[in-house]
Design a protein. Structure first.
Ligand SMILES: Nc1ncnc2c1ncn2[C@@H]1O[C@H](COP(=O)(O)OP(=O)(O)OP(=O)(O)O)[C@@H](O)[C@H]1O
Ligand SMILES: CC(C)(CO)[C@@H](O)C(=O)[O-]
Ligand code: BAL
Length: 393
């Protein structure tokens, strides 16, 4: 097996058993509490301190960083007639990502998760250098999910984490994030230039470009994207259609926190104060959805419900003292056609629509002593996006 890294820190390994095509790593532990394990001999075997109550099978997960290895591995799976589902991510995994991997494992024998922070989708003044990275936790979550899948009949495996270098992904020229940057790019217009694309002019060019590369490399039967980034799903669907890519685009519903905030890797930038107010976007969209459910069909009526919530929360925050409030700006609230993301005047019930929005949580004006701050100290603005599909009736 060439250049495939076998995952699992040594201290979690008790015995390695090869069963058919799979290598299985067996771990005996109480409630998966790895801290209760210790080395017991120079052969790196481990014994739990207390009697084992549960046996967990950790299967081998391939960590692949280079393209030739990925291609060889993929060809082997093809020869074995094993279907592959690809979940592209930028890491900093949370429950939303895990729901995509779970969906992929329900429909494919093998799941590939790519973890790659793609520079070309970040504008020159965006947060590429500070984007959250949680490699160990990402692997632990995927490993735990795979152990769970192993116990569910009919589910596929989390087979591969593809974490390439930028040199591997952009082999000819260093990636260029400027709007007039040079390089080989995939551009999907006009959808890539509106809404999110207006505020982030190189974003969808970068997303389409890196996804084209990932799709070409992995040759997955299915690719999985989150509804949370709805415009991204429209761009990817259009790219797959227009370039005749042989894969099926699958969309997984948005995972939310208990209060409705859409889960997002960037939420770690929000300290407690901005986090609490950040729920305004999902509340506003929910109000607009309720107007639709109540029978409203015109743009003005539906969007008025959202703006009422946003304006109300803005007024409440304005009235507070600078050390208590979290101010925000609404970038857009949109009612759009689900296939093009173009604005519509009324919802056609047979087609449905997409309600979406973006708000910018502004830096805190005055930080209180001991206040819980987010990654970066709450000094930079944080862009939040969300959407709700209005289903056809
Ligand atoms: N809350 C969520 N529910 C469902 N899918 C999600 C959710 N958050 C992210 N995803 C999906 O996971 C995939 C990878 O997204 P990404 O790694 O950018 O995470 P993210 O949380 O969207 O990060 P960011 O904060 O940068 O937008 C995308 O298809 C995205 O739509
Ligand atoms: C699809 C993606 C992984 C491409 O970098 C990214 O845009 C994301 O995480 O949504
Ligand atoms: N979740 C999409 C990736 C990005 O916003 O950069």
């Amino acid at each position: 097996m060439p250049m495939i890294y076998k995952l699992l820190p040594m201290q979690t390994i008790i015995s390695q058993v090869t069963t058919g095509a799979h290598t299985t790593l067996r771990l005996f532990s109480r409630q998966l509490n790895l801290s209760s394990l210790r080395f017991s001999s120079s052969k790196a075997t481990l014994k739990p301190k207390s009697p084992p109550t549960k046996m967990v099978d950790y299967r081998l997960m391939h960590i692949i960083r280079d393209i030739p290895t990925l291609r060889t591995h993929r060809r082997n799976l093809l020869r074995s007639n094993l279907t592959v589902g690809l979940v592209p991510t930028m890491g900093a995994l949370h429950e939303g990502h895990i729901s995509l991997v779970r969906a992929a494992a329900a429909e494919n024998a093998r799941v590939f998760v790519s973890i790659y922070i793609n520079p070309t989708q970040f504008g020159v003044s965006e947060d590429l250098s500070t984007y959250p990275q949680t490699w160990e936790s990402d692997l632990a979550q995927l490993r735990a999910l795979d152990a769970e899948l192993a116990e569910t009949p009919g589910m596929g495996r989390v087979d591969t984490v593809f974490a390439p270098s930028t040199k591997a992904m952009y082999p000819t020229l260093p990636p260029d994030s400027r709007e007039d940057g040079v390089g080989s790019f995939v551009q999907i217009t006009p959808v890539g230039g509106i809404l999110e694309g207006k505020s982030r002019p190189v974003f969808f060019r970068g997303v389409a470009t890196v996804c084209m590369k990932l799709f070409n490399l992995v040759q997955a039967e299915r690719v999985y994207f989150g509804q949370k980034d709805v415009q991204q799903t429209v761009v990817i669907r259009r790219m797959v259609k227009d370039f005749h890519l042989d894969t099926q685009v699958m969309i997984v519903p948005t995972s939310r926190e208990e209060d409705g905030l859409a889960m997002s890797s960037r939420n770690v930038y929000l300290g407690a104060r901005r986090r609490a107010v950040g729920v305004v976007l999902s509340r506003a969209l929910r109000a607009a959805e309720e107007a639709y459910v109540a029978g409203k069909r015109s743009r003005d009526e539906i969007l008025a419900a959202a703006w009422n919530v946003a304006n109300q929360v803005a007024l409440e925050q304005d009235a507070l003292a600078p050390e208590q409030r979290a101010l925000f700006e609404v970038d857009y609230i949109s009612l759009a056609d689900p296939d093009t993301m173009e604005e519509i005047e009324a919802v056609d019930e047979r087609k449905g629509a997409v309600l979406s929005g973006a708000v910018k949580m502004l830096p805190l004006e005055q930080i209180q002593p001991g206040e819980v701050l987010g990654q970066g100290g709450d000094v930079a603005p944080v862009r939040l996006i969300d959407n709700i599909p209005l289903e056809p009736r």
